[in-house]
Design a protein around this ligand. Structure first.
Ligand code: CUA
Length: 336
């Protein structure tokens, strides 16, 4: 006889936190449900009508009682709120040193891409004990990326990037689901997460590196799509140079500014007229329909790879990075 599993395994740093909060809320709910039902039965019997001509007598408001049954539940719900918010903020904020993995959901599969270039479908390999940040996009409809053993669930919405992070605590194999009904084969949009020892993970990563890193593939695309003809490195092109742009604040026509993050770069590829950089003409055509979400992610990785490099602690924060640090990601230029 198998054991009855009420809860999935606890395999991430979030799992105990989330379970404890759930346990607390369940305990409070059970306690008050029992209390209220017991009171209903007790009062129904105690104050039942004992004879046909008995009249109810008037009672006056008990202020002490009213204050107590307002203040105590308020206190309890505020405990739930602050505790829940603390857990939520923790889940919403990936640590700086997280491993970055890209996820694209489409009817009906999960496509996952590691920075080093390995790609997988409906499988995700991650190392144990390291924070992993997922940046997720959808090619078509809303999906939801759900790993019960990690207590991680995040909607993946077309037209934007959603992020989620986790840190696995136990090597093993865990279920991965789509948790948002997304059409006929929604129930088949499932897979496995493999949590590996760090050394095994490194081995696994290097096993499929022949396709090039994400950033290298992005650079090849950047050349193949002829982006490079306008976005010239030496600022002589018709479009802004993209070196050092990632993460910076970009001035726009009309005086507004925007932070050059993933969402902004994605928008600039698919809807270039939305935000025009100050000093440039709106000449860029849209690449909507010409590039897939995977390719957009590769292009973003390329732009990130030629962005500002992390400045060593000793250097002044606003001193520019040395020029030789700014070589593009791909060592060899792509041939077409
Ligand atoms: Cu994708 Cu349900």
């Amino acid at each position: 006889m198998g054991k009855l599993h009420l809860f999935p395994e606890q395999a991430s740093t979030f799992a105990p936190e989330v379970d404890l909060l759930l346990l607390f809320m369940t305990a409070v709910t059970v306690f008050f449900s029992l209390l209220i039902f017991a009171a209903i039965f007790y009062f129904a019997i105690k104050y039942r009508r004992k004879s046909a001509n008995e009249l109810p007598h008037v009672t006056h408001t008990g202020y002490t009682l009213e204050i107590l049954w307002s203040v105590i539940p308020f206190g309890i719900t505020m405990v739930m709120f602050t505790w829940g918010a603390a857990v939520f903020f923790n889940i919403a904020r990936p640590p700086k040193d997280s491993i970055q993995i890209y996820v694209v959901g489409k009817q009906w599969m999960w496509k996952l891409e590691h920075m080093e270039g390995r790609r997988e479908i409906n499988e995700l390999h991650v190392p144990v004990g390291r924070p992993v940040r997922l940046t997720m996009a959808s090619e078509d409809v809303i999906h939801s990326f759900f790993i019960p053993a990690f207590r991680t669930k995040q909607d993946v919405v077309p037209g934007k990037y959603s992020t989620v992070w986790f840190q696995a605590t136990k090597p093993g194999k865990y279920h991965l689901f789509c948790a948002e009904y997304c059409g006929t084969n929604h129930s088949g949009m499932i897979g496995w997460v493999y949590v590996m020892e760090p050394a095994d993970y490194e081995n696994w990563l290097s096993g499929g590196a022949s396709e090039g890193t994400l950033a290298q593939n992005g650079q090849k695309l950047f050349e193949a799509l002829a982006c490079v003809n306008c976005h010239k490195v030496d600022h002589t092109g018709r479009c802004p140079s993209l070196e050092g742009v990632y993460g910076s604040t970009v001035k726009l026509v009309g005086g507004n500014t925007v932070k050059a993050d993933e969402a902004y770069i994605r928008e600039s590829i698919l809807n270039p007229q939305a935000k025009i950089v100050a000093g440039y003409e709106p000449v860029m055509p849209t690449f909507q329909g010409l590039v897939t979400e995977d390719q957009v992610l590769q292009l973003i990785e390329y732009v990130r790879s030629i962005g500002p490099k992390p400045v060593p602690n000793a250097a002044a924060p606003n001193s520019p990075a040395p020029a030789d640090n700014r070589t593009p990601a791909g060592a060899a230029p792509a041939k077409r």
